[in-house]
Write a protein that binds this ligand. Structure first.
Ligand code: GAL
Length: 658
């Protein structure tokens, strides 16, 4: 596990490079990212590649024992390309920003492959190169409307549906008689929101858009892999649950999975204390586990160094908040952490974005000091020899819960929200947090993953289910598994359609031992009450109303005109159990159900206070305090502390030998 930084030499006077590289190494950092966004410097005129400056930087890195991650610069095209091909942009965009070229435009694809080839053939076998980052945060400001994109969409649909009748069926075109009679009538929609058009079309548009980014990435990945030494990884940096890219679509291209975390935004309302100055661990942790579960190798490549320029509420982070984020990533087994960025820029739209050093280019910022601190601290835990830095591994005697999350579901909810309060990403993070709260490990799986080895599987808000998935879940439970499902599950098939000739969620009746008679969803800031095992909880987002057949009732609605109806039920099926949580709340009920179901199984849970986490790893245990209160450290008596002590202060970390 090594720590490093992005550095943009082309933004700084050449005579400062040596000093900057020295300072990076002296801060204890071990990795440097180069080349991101640098296409204009690499190829200032078409086919005139300038790579000597990068060679100089590689040498500066090698001399200081810094590993290099080289980025393909394709997130920003050079001006000559824009001028020569004015139609290269995503509809409505123009030169001067980033992420504005259409990745379905053949010239952009070809030029991207050419620059990747130049970089790979020059640096792919450099001893300091440890891996590649393709592009930056693949995404677009809007859906492109060029003929290239319409054409590619049609081709994708043709491969998927084969006949126009099958497409009309999948898109429910009988509704309003919007049948297509030939493929060339189809256009890629202008946005993900169907605007009261066709949500099945929007769902497929999202699937296509993600697959097109994956194809763009694969073209570069093939070049990089075939021109690099075999140990160089290929990666790209994802944004959390971002609609444009489903990480699972990138499995053919990537060998290391990475994402960018900026969780201290000042967003949200009515903060009861200063905890908004620290990350909420829940949405961060679910991403860590999603990345890790792709192939086991993952990195946090961008992490907030301090204040950001884009949130509108640039709160000063709590003392220690950045260090906490680094330790959280280490506790989830990351292979490396790098930060955006070393120097705070003196110009450009991110002038207010902190770096590890300030505007003078030399003085460590508060975040910079915390990075240097973790680089020192982590050595004793993850460095096994002078050259060997290992990711931390989990203590496998601690149970792991499987959490099912499909990007498809995010798209389905985005194209037909139904309840304005529904936030699928948040719901997934909430269930992830409920499992981490009791100190178990979580694997973030997709509904295609094999689930048999997990003692418990949690599947929040899986609205679309194929018949095969319903069967798989039933089989899992019958064979002794414990499944937790929530309201709004299984009501649609993979096209987002309600199965014909069936009642609401009827496919789940056998599994959950109940019929779903309907649902409720409340206005903003309005709550209903539910009783679960003698305690009362608030819900407001959604509530499935249940008519138990074979299930026992664990919770009931306490108010509204349907007071007394079943809300949470548990059904024995074969050797296992399925628990169905009808109401969608904002956390407390979720925590209570997860804790109760898992404790009943006799699994070894340790309940931790709000906004804290205990990570039970091989050789060490790590306690992270994201709250503004001091907490007793959940270490065994007489534990040998490596960092911290029996009491863990606000924003602090304690680590002891397991
Ligand atoms: C990221 C992006 C970086 C930088 C950063 C600012 O999303 O990848 O290049 O712009 O945001 O917070």
């Amino acid at each position: 596990m090594k720590i490093g930084t992005y550095y943009y030499p082309e933004q700084w006077p050449r005579e400062q490079w040596t000093r900057d590289f020295d300072n990076i190494a002296n801060a204890g950092l071990k990795i440097i990212h180069l080349g991101e966004f640098a296409w204009g410097t690499i190829e200032p005129k078409q086919s005139e590649y300038q790579l000597d400056w990068l060679e100089t930087c590689f040498s500066l890195a090698t001399e200081r024992d810094l590993d290099v991650i080289l980025c393909t610069p394709t997130a920003v095209i050079p001006a000559w390309m824009a001028q020569k091909h004015p139609d290269i942009f995503i509809t409505g965009q123009r030169f001067g920003g980033r992420r504005h070229a259409n990745h379905l435009h053949p010239v952009y694809v070809e030029e991207s492959c050419k620059v990747a080839t130049q970089l790979a053939s020059r640096f792919g076998r450099h001893p300091s190169l440890i891996g590649w980052q393709i592009d930056n945060e693949l995404s677009s400001t809007q859906f492109d409307q060029s003929e290239f994109t319409h054409q590619a969409f049609r081709q994708w649909l043709l491969e998927r549906y084969k006949t126009i009748d099958a497409l009309n069926q999948a898109w429910g075109c009988a509704f309003w008689n919007t049948f297509y009679t030939s493929w060339d009538q189809i256009k890629f929609p202008a946005g993900r929101d169907p605007n009261y058009r066709n949500q099945h079309e929007s769902l497929d548009a999202s699937r296509f858009w993600s697959s097109s980014f994956a194809a763009f990435t694969l073209a570069q990945a093939k070049i990089l892999k075939s021109n690099s030494h075999s140990s160089a990884f290929v990666s790209t940096n994802f944004m959390p649950f971002h609609m444009d890219c489903d990480p699972a679509d990138f499995r053919d291209s990537l060998s290391l999975w990475a994402w960018d975390a900026y969780p201290i935004t000042g967003w949200g309302r009515e903060h009861k204390d200063e905890s908004y100055r620290m990350a909420d661990p829940a949405p961060v942790a679910v991403m860590h586990d999603q990345m890790r579960c792709q192939n086991g190798r993952w990195a946090l490549v961008e992490v907030q160094p301090g204040q950001v320029n884009w949130s509108g509420y640039p709160v000063l982070p709590y003392p220690g908040a950045i260090r906490l984020l680094l330790w959280q990533a280490i506790a989830h087994g990351c292979e490396l952490i790098t930060v955006y960025r070393w120097r705070q820029p003196n110009f450009g739209i991110e002038t207010f974005h902190d770096g590890l050093v300030q505007w003078d280019g030399q003085t460590l910022s508060e975040g910079g000091k915390q990075f240097a601190q973790v680089a020192r601290e982590a050595k004793s835990i993850t460095q096994t020899s002078p050259s060997d830095y290992r990711p931390l591994k989990r203590d496998n005697s601690v149970p792991t819960v499987g959490l099912l999350h499909d990007h498809d579901q995010l798209w389905c909810y985005a194209s037909m929200r139904q309840a304005a309060r529904w936030d699928q990403g948040r719901l997934v993070a909430q269930y992830h947090a409920a499992i981490e709260r009791i100190s178990l490990h979580v694997d973030v799986l997709t509904s295609e993953s094999s689930i048999d080895r997990y003692p418990v599987v949690v599947a929040p808000g899986l609205q679309m289910m194929t018949d095969q998935l319903v069967e798989k879940l039933q089989r899992y439970v019958k064979q002794g598994g414990h499944l937790i499902l929530t309201g709004r599950s299984g009501i649609f098939d993979q096209f987002g359609q309600a199965p014909m000739n069936q009642r609401y969620a009827a496919r789940l009746s056998t599994l959950i031992g109940a019929d779903v008679s309907g649902y409720d969803a409340l206005p903003e800031s309005t709550f209903g009450a539910v009783d679960f095992q003698g305690a009362t909880y608030k819900w407001g987002i959604w509530a499935d109303l249940l008519e138990p057949t074979s299930a026992k009732v664990l919770g009931t609605y306490c108010d509204q005109f349907y007071a007394g109806k079943a809300a949470v039920v548990q059904n024995r099926l074969g050797a296992g159990v399925c628990t169905f949580v009808g109401p969608i709340d904002e956390g407390p009920l979720t925590n209570a159900v997860v804790e109760s179901v898992i404790s009943d199984l006799g699994l070894q849970v340790v309940v931790t206070p709000e906004r804290t986490r205990l990570h039970r790893m091989n050789g060490v245990q790590i306690f992270l305090n994201f709250s503004v209160y001091t907490h007793a450290t959940p270490a065994q008596p007489g534990a040998t502390f490596i960092i911290g002590s029996e009491s863990t202060g606000p924003g602090d970390v304690s680590i002891w030998k397991a």
